[in-house]
Design a protein around this ligand. Structure first.
Ligand SMILES: [Zn+2]
Length: 940
């Protein structure tokens, strides 16, 4: 026998000592080299409802003499029953962590609409934190393969690290992740486990602990006000406060293309600062841990490397957790992989990797019994309790579930994937570089080679905003130095040119070409299937396949530029040609002190033709200066005229506008507020309580009822009265509540009394505008008559469709061509009676309804000659996205203008303000606000 080496001898001695200690009943430390913080093992075991919902990684909190644990800071262990932390507490802990550990750094990356900081925490070994600037420079260099050759990239990869970023606290009722990340960060900073040491030395971990801080505080206070102590899960009061952020709740991760909300802007800035290799969102909705990737169809513009990464990383997590005996960890089967407009998608869209978890949150912090009913909890039409290739160990059907269970799953998943990143660090960086390289080369080698966006398309401001948005997405835009000619046409000097030989080429193509979702896919889309900017801004971006475009001399555009308007001449009369400018509502408000008249017919002045909808402003004191300011701000043009043109016209009077929200769903109307606030349009924001109180006609000219996801019953009756009175008010104890609107009781909706008041308002001559599903209140609720809900399987999952004005002379048509397009999500289809087209202002598609075709005889549907065929059949309803069952939608009303008492209802069968995306639809609503006092008599 060989003499043992010193090391082996020492190990042998240690093992003997351990065995002796064990035999003596003192127990081995199974968490060595860490020492568990006193009481942590017992506390976690007690809070974990079944042993299999935990594992050795998260069964203890490591002790540290230098760095305070979350337990010491909060006074309880993370995931304790009945405890949730406010944003201030969470940020306080992270600041403490950064003060006491050289492995942690914090910085502020943004500020919410309500003024709360958005924090970013970086964790790595001391060297990683010290070298952060160099490591960031390395990922930035890898992001641009034009400047970094494959050889140079290898050198950077050799000394670089992947940056793994987490968004916690995004959806505010998904309460677990902001708690969990405190323990995760602490463990990463202090643990001496070999796995953790390797993560620290190979990876930079970034955590945004409360992505939606306004919503976090409202949700935490809501828990303490209404949920604490209640454990019957099926009988809980509403688990969400009526607001999260100032404008929206669940939609707060759906604007990654538009970058509208402050939290999205913060993540957008973070992304281009760090170029993280992975952006990972932490959600809670599905048992027990679903790791995203998508069923397919996958977006055509994704690099194949990315699709591989989706699955490789997901199975690394499933493997790690399943092998520790944790049930219910699975992938695939949720979401489709086609639409990438979520917060994490910023990474997918920019050659990094975007992903997320759904763990099983209770919303409440109490421990409750959860039942998984096979008929209800289904994904891709399989019960979540079934065993599948993508779900090797399904969850059980009934179990008690705690905040700590949720913490265990989420934290273990994060540790598993960070361990994966530490082992595959170089490959991950190399794939990041390759995806950018491939994207750039695609634009170098193949068509399209560019997109050309003419500057003057009737609304220079909207074009400028779209171009700025492209640049906010890191897409480079230039302007043609002189006019140029390519196969696709001739373009004037100043045309915006998006050349595609750039690293974000794939994203540019995705954003600039209409989407074509494959409707034969067996898997339904999860959300919108159309997002192309030109489609939804109503702006042309011409695809250029002619390689000559590469030789066009261009100058790069600087981000943040603004378009300006012009004033020709000195009056005394000024004319504004209506070319569909979105800014006209803002303009009317900027000119509130002046008389504005709107032409009802086309007219000519000098050499210019003015369509109906154009403005006439007669000389008034101070008008010229006001127009100058407005032209500068809103990029609108004014021409002088010697006299007021002889044309039928009406005065545009500013309405007393009320924007009404139900307490049961404030979200979509939040986007309406978002846009009105941005445009600085005054309005009264009114509640169910105000509708109930009545005297509406005395106060308002227009009541706007927004899109919502409520049944008619809920639109009227609101949150069940049995939970009332339920105040949403700011108090000393609950200082975050009561904004942006408050009530002593948010239950009960408008009730029948409110419906009666709306009827009185309409009888008195009021105008009610209903958007999207909000139209059910008027149409199904009976405020107007002779409109019926149609059966049929119309499928428009967030798609842009052709529409046609049935009444092109109606003021709602001002600024639009007779055939245009609008954005439609899943909504019921309505129609007037078979014989009648009464009230239809705008219709879906360009053709007759099926009934009208039938009515006109069997031959009527067939075109009489080839020319007519071209006219009738060539206009497809779909512009971008997907549509099914078009025949049941063709010819049906998209906007109805119907009499109600002495007043009227304008009912939209779509939501003209959807997530600040469908900009070309806004004018339809603005036209109603600009011409409300001069709408033609409603058809009776
Ligand atoms: Zn969520």
């Amino acid at each position: 026998m060989k003499k043992p080496t010193n090391l082996a001898w020492l190990l042998w001695l240690f093992l003997c000592a351990a065995l002796i200690a064990s035999a003596a009943g003192q127990g081995v430390n199974p968490y060595a080299p860490d020492t568990p913080e006193k009481g942590s093992v017992e506390a976690i075991a007690k809070l974990t409802t079944e042993a299999r919902f935990g594992n050795p990684w998260v069964a203890y909190v490591p002790a540290s003499d230098m760095v305070p644990s979350p337990t010491k800071y909060l006074g309880h262990i993370v995931g304790a029953e009945g405890e949730l932390s406010s944003t201030a507490q969470i940020y306080g802990y992270f600041h403490k962590l950064a003060e006491t550990s050289a492995r942690v750094r914090v910085q502020v990356i943004g500020r919410s609409e309500e003024g709360r900081d958005i924090l970013l925490v970086a964790i790595a070994d001391e060297e990683g934190i010290r070298d952060l600037a160099r490591l960031k420079a390395a990922t930035a260099a890898l992001a641009d393969p034009r400047k970094t050759s494959p050889d140079a990239a290898e050198t950077l990869i050799g000394s670089g690290r992947p940056i793994y970023y987490f968004n916690a606290g995004l959806h505010s009722t998904e309460t677990g992740s902001p708690e969990m990340v405190m323990e995760l960060a602490y463990r990463l900073a202090v643990s001496d486990q070999p796995m953790i040491r390797k993560i620290r030395s190979e990876v930079i971990v970034l955590i945004n602990p409360v992505s939606e801080p306004d919503g976090r505080d409202k949700a935490v206070e809501w828990f303490y006000r209404y949920l604490k102590g209640k454990t019957d899960f099926d009988r809980l009061p509403p688990v969400s406060p009526p607001y999260w952020g100032r404008y929206v709740f669940h939609d707060n991760n759906r604007d990654t293309h538009q970058v509208a909300l402050e939290l999205s802007r913060a993540v957008n800035r973070m992304f281009f600062d760090f170029h993280p290799t992975v952006v990972h969102d932490l959600h809670e909705s599905i048992p027990l841990l679903q790791t995203w990737n998508g069923t397919g169809p996958f977006n055509n513009n994704l690099d194949p490397i990315l699709i591989n990464e989706f699955f490789e990383m997901a199975f690394a997590e499933i493997g790690a957790l399943t092998s520790m005996g944790m049930p219910g960890v699975w992938t695939w089967g949720f979401g489709e992989g086609w639409g990438h407009h979520y917060l994490d998608s910023i990474a997918v869209n920019h050659n990094s990797m975007g992903r997320g978890y759904e763990t099983f949150g209770n919303a409440t912090a109490e421990t409750v019994e959860r039942v998984l009913r096979p008929n209800e909890e289904r994904y891709v039409d399989r019960p979540v309790t079934s065993r599948e290739w993508y779900r090797p160990m399904p969850p059980g059907r009934k179990f008690r579930w705690s905040l700590r269970d949720n913490t265990n799953y989420m934290e273990s998943g994060c540790l598993a994937i960070l361990a994966y990143a530490s082992k595959n660090a170089k490959e991950m960086l190399r794939d990041f570089y390759r995806k950018g390289y491939n994207s750039w080369q695609k634009g170098v080698k193949g068509s399209p080679f560019a997109f050309a966006i003419p500057e003057d398309q009737g609304d220079r401001r909207r074009v400028a905003q779209m171009v700025n948005l492209l640049m906010m997405q890191g897409i480079e835009v230039a302007r043609a130095d002189a006019s140029f000619k390519v196969e696709e046409g001739e373009f004037p000097a100043g045309t915006y040119v998006v050349r595609l030989d750039q690293p974000y080429r794939n994203y540019a193509v995705d954003l600039l070409l209409p989407q074509e979702f494959p409707t034969d896919s067996p898997y339904a889309p999860y959300d919108d299937v159309s997002w192309a900017f030109p489609v939804h801004y109503g702006v042309e971006a011409k695809r250029i396949d002619d390689a000559k475009v590469k030789d066009v001399p261009v100058t790069p555009v600087q981000a943040g530029f603004e378009a300006r308007g012009r004033i020709s001449g000195a009056g005394p009369v000024f004319l504004l040609k209506d070319t569909g400018q979105e800014a006209l509502l803002a303009l009317r408000n900027r000119l509130a002190a002046f008389r504005v008249e709107i032409a009802e017919k086309p007219f000519k002045s000098g050499a210019t033709d003015y369509p109906a909808g154009s403005w006439i402003l007669a000389d008034e004191k101070g008008l010229a200066e006001a127009l100058k300011r407005a032209a500068d701000e809103l990029a609108v043009d004014f021409e002088s005229s010697a006299a007021v043109p002889d044309v039928p016209r009406h005065e545009s009077r500013l309405p007393r506008l009320a924007v009404w929200h139900t307490w049961a769903d404030t979200e979509s109307v939040g986007w309406v507020r978002y846009v009105l606030d941005r445009e600085k349009i005054p309005y009264s924001y009114i509640r169910d309580d105000d509708i109930r109180a009545g005297r509406l006609r005395e106060r308002y000219d227009i009541i706007l009822f927004g899109h919502n996801y409520l049944s008619l019953q809920d639109q009227i009756q609101g949150i069940d009265r049995k939970f009332g009175p339920m105040p949403f008010t700011k108090t000393k104890e609950f200082p975050s509540q009561g904004v942006p609107d408050a009530s002593e009781d948010i239950t009960g909706g408008i009730g029948w009394a409110g419906m009666a008041n709306l009827e009185k308002y309409l009888d008195g001559g009021g105008l009610l505008i209903t958007l999207g599903n909000g139209s059910a209140l008027a149409l199904d609720g009976g405020l107007v008559r002779d409109v019926y809900r149609k059966s049929g399987a119309v499928f428009t999952p967030g798609a842009e469709l052709k529409v046609k004005f049935a009444r092109p002379d109606h003021p709602l048509a001002y600024g639009y061509p007779e055939v245009t397009s609008a954005f439609r999500t899943g909504l019921p289809v309505y129609d007037t009676g078979v014989a009648s087209r009464r009230g239809v202002v705008l219709q879906w598609g360009t053709k007759l309804r099926t009934e009208d075709r039938d009515q006109a005889g069997p031959e009527s549907g067939k075109p009489k000659d080839a020319k007519e065929q071209g006219k009738k059949e060539d206009i497809k309803m779909l512009v971008s996205g997907a549509v099914k069952g078009d025949d049941d939608l063709e010819g049906r009303p998209a906007i109805l203008d119907l009499p109600a008492g002495r007043g009227r209802v304008l009912a939209f069968n779509f939501n003209p303000i959807h997530r600040d995306l469908n900009r070309s639809d806004y004018r339809l609503l603005w036209n109603a606000l600009l011409n409300w006092n001069a709408l033609p008599p409603a058809e009776r």
